[in-house]
Design a protein around this ligand. Structure first.
Ligand SMILES: Nc1ncnc2c1ncn2[C@@H]1O[C@H](COP(=O)(O)OP(=O)(O)O)[C@@H](O)[C@H]1O
Ligand SMILES: CC(=O)N[C@@H](CCC(=O)OP(=O)(O)O)C(=O)O
Length: 261
């Protein structure tokens, strides 16, 4: 099987023009088939607040009311997705930007929770792997926005770390998938405020320990839950690390490796 790189890029990089442009140059240079999943939560929050639409996150998930859904669709599926695609084209990397509704690529359902109403937040049901493969086989990189749909006309907002995991997992039947979560820090850190404290490898037992000591918290929890899920569900390699070090993350020379044992 050939290798497929599934790379997630976090919201703090998306929001930094210089870092984003440098990251996209590196991503464009990655040889072989590749998928880029972007977030953009930071920009969506900023815009919503400017529009006086209050925002609330629970366990790394945005409570998505009707107004917020309009904003996140405009921000993720519109501005960010198309800007990323255009910049990849400028770096001689042919790319196609999609939401889950395009080509029925990601089917989801409205999140059903016994006590919390997440609004129009979606949980993934199915990925159209054959369509993704047919695009990738034409040497076109796929750029996914974190917007899905329920096939009844309803768009849904889905956490981008989860989309990366679901896309990586489903394509692991067809490719040797390497999943890379890239963001603004050097990896999973022993001290979240000290970039020199990168943990080289983390297994489920160590993860539980660091979580109970509150050394791992907030957005890093869903990221690691997704990272372990990907590994369990067939993804060959999962790395978390700094967006500026994409090449080193791919070669295993930087970041945190997620391991079974
Ligand atoms: N041990 C840790 N190491 C690194 N980051 C951590 C850790 N614990 C919590 N975090 C927080 O997790 C955040 C990353 O999660 P999130 O903001 O969801 O990522 P993304 O930018 O990919 O959307 C970091 O900005 C950091 O504040
Ligand atoms: C339902 C839900 O939480 N969706 C996320 C999608 C964007 C995202 O995940 O962006 P980052 O990767 O930049 O955090 C949100 O709206 O924040």
């Amino acid at each position: 099987m050939s290798t497929l790189y599934v790379v997630k890029i976090g919201g703090n990089i998306i929001d930094d023009e210089k870092k984003l442009s440098s990251f996209l140059k590196d991503f464009a240079a990655v040889k072989g088939q590749k998928v880029l999943i972007h977030g953009g939560g930071k920009l969506a929050t900023k815009l919503a607040e400017q529009m006086n639409v209050p925002q609330q996150m629970i366990d790394g998930r945005r409570i998505t009311d009707a107004e917020t859904l309009k904003i996140v669709t405009m921000v993720y599926a519109g501005f960010i997705n198309k800007n990323v695609v255009a910049q990849l084209q400028a770096n001689n990397c042919n790319a196609m930007g999609l939401t889950g509704a395009d080509g029925n690529v990601i089917l989801a359902h409205k999140r059903n929770h016994p006590t919390i109403d997440y609004g129009f937040a979606g949980d993934v049901d199915a990925i159209n792997t054959s369509l993704l493969k047919s695009i990738l086989d034409q040497q076109i990189a796929v750029v996914m926005a974190p917007i899905t749909h329920d096939q009844k006309g309803q768009l849904l907002n889905t956490n981008a770390d989860t989309i990366a995991q679901e896309v990586a997992t489903s394509l692991s039947a067809l490719y040797d998938v390497q999943l890379i979560y890239s963001f603004e820090k050097s990896g999973v850190l022993l001290d979240a405020n000290d970039d020199s404290t990168v943990i080289k490898a983390i297994n489920p037992v160590y993860y539980q320990q660091l979580k109970s000591e509150q050394k791992i918290f907030a957005g890093m929890i869903p990221k690691l839950d997704n990272a372990f899920a990907a590994l369990t569900r067939g993804v060959k390699k999962v790395i978390i690390g700094k967006a500026e070090q994409l090449t080193d993350l791919i070669t295993g020379n930087a970041g945190t490796s997620i391991v079974h044992e």
